[in-house]
Every structure is written in structure tokens, then in C-alpha cells.
Design a protein around this ligand. Sequence first.
Ligand SMILES: [Mg+2]
Length: 183
Amino acid sequence: MAKPGNKLVIFDLDETLIHARTAQLDRPADINIAPLHIYVRPFASDLISRAAQRFTVAIWSAGSPRYVEVISEHLLAAKVEPLFVWDRERCSKKSSFFSFSEIFTKDLTMVEEFGFGLESVLIIEDDPVKIADFKDNAIIVRQYLGEAEDSELERLSSYFDAIDAVSDIRDLDKNLWCFEKGK
Ligand SMILES: [Mg+2]
């Protein structure tokens, strides 16, 4: 259960911490789950480890169970114990009007089972559609597409003080983050 004042930081995987593709880039992948070549974003493991020193951490991906399990094992340092590692089965299914396909969204109220109210929950995501009903609980990072050089996550770790300082995550100035990105 949540400790008083503690915050939960949830990490998305695809295009936030990793990039999976069927065709290999010009360098070997960090993880291979045939037929996928998976590239880990620079600083991804360090970011989770640093977050775990100050916050409760968790992983929530819309990927399949086995995929999420293998990647999480790779990313999580031995001393880091996530509150949960959730996959597609914990996502909500919605029909996409535009693509006529199903999309998976993340209902952040589901973490209430661990004693975390929305005032204490932050999700690090690349896809606003996944958390459309919880925009105030999200930091949207630039999509990661396998680049060897990328400083997005290292810069995000410098934002931890601001996350720590607010009593309600929904009051966190997310515009400041966008502004810093120069976008
Ligand atoms: Mg994603």
C-alpha cells in the first residue's frame, strides 16, 4: 500500500523506454525477442533506478504479457522492485474511429487498489491517446525510434525535484516540460 506522501511513477515501454522493430538498425539490438529487435533508450534503466530511490515505480505497457516480462527484466536493476508490471491485459480496449481497429488505453484509477489516488500518480508516456482521460497525470515524452543518441530520459530525471515538490501531481506544470523541449 501507499505510504503517506509517496508518489507512484509509472513507465510506459514502447517508444518511451524502448523501440521494437522487425528490421535491425545499423547496430545490434539490446534485446532480441524473435522476430523483434529491441533498442533500449539511453538512460532508461538509470531513470527507473533513480526514480525508485524517491518514488514507488511501476511499468505499464500495452504490449503482450511475455513481451512486457522480458523487457522489464532487462530494464529493472536487481535492487529495483516495481509495485507492478502490467501488460495489455490491464489495459482497456476502445475502438478507434479513424483506423477501425482497437486501441488500448490505461485507466489510471486502477492503481487505487494499491492505495494510490490520482493526486499521487504520474505516468511517463509517449502516446497521449493511451491516457486521454488522465492528461494531468502524464508527462508526454518525445517518441523514441531507436536513435543511438538521445537525452530525453536523462533530462527527465532532472525533473524529479519538481515532481517531488507538488502535493498533487495534477498541479505539476507539464507545460514547463514542453517548454524545455523547445516544442
Ligand atoms: Mg508507448
